[in-house]
Design a protein around this ligand. Structure first.
Ligand code: SF4
Ligand code: SF4
Length: 86
């Protein structure tokens, strides 16, 4: 499951550079996570880095996007292929 930032976000920008997939950006009101790029940090780290650094604990699992660990790994592989020099 991708993660989702809720409206307790204080726009501190701590999470954006911590994301290894560049999935986080400033939205119109609060920071947002692109579900197409969020792997729950699978492939990079043992735990979601955004949750680890967020000072107000405003990042939840988005239960509307169910994904298995294998699906998250496949997303990670696809993102890495996208990043690889041609
Ligand atoms: S869980 Fe990891 S990949 Fe997903 S938004 Fe947070 S830091 Fe980025
Ligand atoms: S670290 Fe938390 S409070 Fe700060 S911008 Fe990210 S989601 Fe919002």
């Amino acid at each position: 499951m991708a993660l989702l930032i809720n409206d307790l976000c204080v726009n501190c920008d701590v999470c954006e550079p911590a994301c290894p997939n560049r999935a986080i950006s400033a939205g119109a009101v609060i920071y947002e996570i692109d579900p197409a790029r969020c792997t729950e940090c699978v492939g990079h780290f043992d735990e979601p880095q955004c949750i680890a650094v967020c000072p107000v604990e405003c990042i939840d699992v988005d239960t509307s996007i169910p994904e298995t660990r294998l699906q998250l790994l496949a997303k990670y592989d696809a993102l890495m292929r996208e990043e690889a020099p041609q």
